[in-house]
Ligand binder design. Structure first.
Ligand code: BMA
Length: 330
C-alpha cells in the first residue's frame, strides 16, 4: 500500500508493542474473523478486555455475525479469551437490534460499566449498561439515533456523571461531519446539559469526523483523553478487503479541565498514532484504521493504549503520562 496522502506520522513519544497484535482471530475459541475495537480496564485485580468480533464474512462490508467477548490478563499484554461470547444481538433482550459493537469499559463506583454502539432497524443508538458478574447485563440508558462512541468518565464531576459521545448530525452538517460532544447525568439514565467539545475543524489533519476513543483518565493536570480523527479522500481506492475504503483513522490526544470537562485545556495538533505498521496500513479488512478504546495509567506513569488496527486485530502502544501531558500542553 503506498503511503496515503497527505502523509501522517505518529508522535515519537509513543511506542508500538513489538509483538502486536495482542489479540487476534487465532486466540478466540469460537467463530471469529476480526477481533478489534476493544474496551480495556483494570477490574477486581486483573486486566479485563471486551472486544468486538466480526465473523462470517460475506464480502463487501458485510459480516453475518458480530459479538462482544471478554478476555483476561495478569499483565495487560498476554490475554486469554473467555470460552464463549458475552453479548450478541440474540442474547440482548432489546427490540429491533441488528448488532452491538465497539464497547468501552469504565469502572465507576466499583461497578463495571460498558458503553456500546447498537444498530437498530430505526437508527444507531449509543448505550450504557453494566455487568455484576461478567455474565449478566443491565442496560441503564439508550440514546436517540444517531449517536455512538460513548465513553463514561470514571467518577462524577461536579456531582454529575459525564460522558463523551459522537452524534451524527447528517441533516445540518452535511453527510459525514461529526464532532465530539459532552453530556451529563444525575443517574446514568437521563442525559442532558450537552455541549460541543471538539470539532473536526480543530484538527488540521482531519476533515471528516472526530470522536471519543478510550474513556478519560484522571491526571493531576486534567482529564487525559484519546480520540479518533478521520480524514477522507475520494481519490483513495481499494484499501483493504472492500472495493473502496476512502477514510483514514488516526488517534489524537487532548486534555480536559478537571473541574469542568466541557473545557479543552490542551490539544496535540498532530496525530498521536497514525497508521504506519503493516497490521495498521497494509493488512486487514479496512486498512489505515487506528481506533483506540482503552487507556490505562499504571502507577509508575506508563500509559497503555489499546486500539483496533485495520478493523482486524487488537493492538497495544505504550507511552509515559508526562510525555502525553507535554504533547497536549506544548
Ligand atoms: C467506524 C466504526 C468503527 C470502525 C471504523 C472504521 O464508523 O464502525 O467501528 O472501526 O468505522 O471502519
Amino acid at each position: 500500500m503506498p503511503i496515503l496522502s497527505p502523509p501522517l506520522r505518529s508522535s515519537p513519544v509513543i511506542r508500538r508493542w513489538a509483538k502486536n497484535p495482542i489479540l487476534a482471530k487465532k486466540d478466540i475459541p469460537y467463530a471469529a474473523d476480526c477481533i478489534f475495537n476493544a474496551g480495556v480496564c483494570k477490574y477486581e485485580g486483573r486486566y479485563v478486555m471486551l472486544f468486538r468480533n466480526d465473523y462470517d464474512y460475506q464480502g463487501g462490508a458485510r459480516f453475518n455475525g458480530c459479538s462482544l467477548g471478554f478476555a483476561f490478563s495478569d499483565d495487560g499484554i498476554h490475554w486469554t479469551a473467555a470460552e464463549k461470547p458475552f453479548l450478541t444481538k440474540e442474547t440482548l433482550t432489546l427490540p429491533d437490534v441488528q448488532r452491538i459493537y465497539d464497547p468501552r469499559l469504565t469502572v465507576l463506583e466499583g461497578k463495571l460499566y460498558i458503553c456500546f454502539a447498537m444498530d437498530t432497524n430505526h437508527g444507531l443508538r449509543g448505550g450504557i449498561g453494566y455487568t455484576t458478574d461478567l455474565t449478566d447485563f443491565h442496560v441503564c440508558s439508550l440514546s436517540l439515533p444517531d449517536n455512538r462512541n460513548m465513553v463514561l468518565f470514571p467518577e462524577k464531576v461536579g456531582g454529575l456523571y459525564c460522558r463523551l459521545e459522537r452524534p451524527m448530525p447528517v441533516y445540518s452538517r452535511g453527510k459525514d461531519r461529526f464532532d465530539t460532544w459532552i453530556s451529563r447525568s444525575p443517574d446514568l439514565r437521563f442525559w442532558g446539559e450537552s455541549s460541543l467539545l471538539l470539532r473536526v475543524e480543530d484538527l488540521p489533519w482531519a476533515n471528516d469526523k472526530v470522536g471519543p476513543a478510550a474513556p478519560p483518565v484522571r491526571t493531576e493536570k486534567g482529564w487525559l483523553c484519546t480520540f479518533h480523527g478521520v480524514d477522507i479522500d475520494q481519490n483513495r481506492g481499494k484499501n483493504g478487503w472492500e472495493d473502496g475504503w476512502k477514510k483514514r483513522y488516526c488517534a489524537g490526544i487532548m486534555l480536559l479541565d478537571l473541574e469542568d470537562p466541557s473545557k479543552v485545556i490542551g490539544l496535540y495538533k498532530d496525530p498521536l498514532l497514525a497508521p504506519e505498521a503493516p497490521y495498521e496500513a497494509d493488512e486487514g479488512f479496512r486498512e489505515n484504521v487506528i481506533f483506540p478504546g482503552g487507556m490505562i495509567l499504571e502507577p509508575d506513569g506508563e500509559v497503555k493504549i489499546y486500539y483496533g488496527a485495520a478493523d482486524t486485530v487488537e493492538c497495544l502502544a505504550v507511552s509515559h503520562v508526562d510525555d502525553l501531558l507535554r504533547l497536549c500542553l506544548e
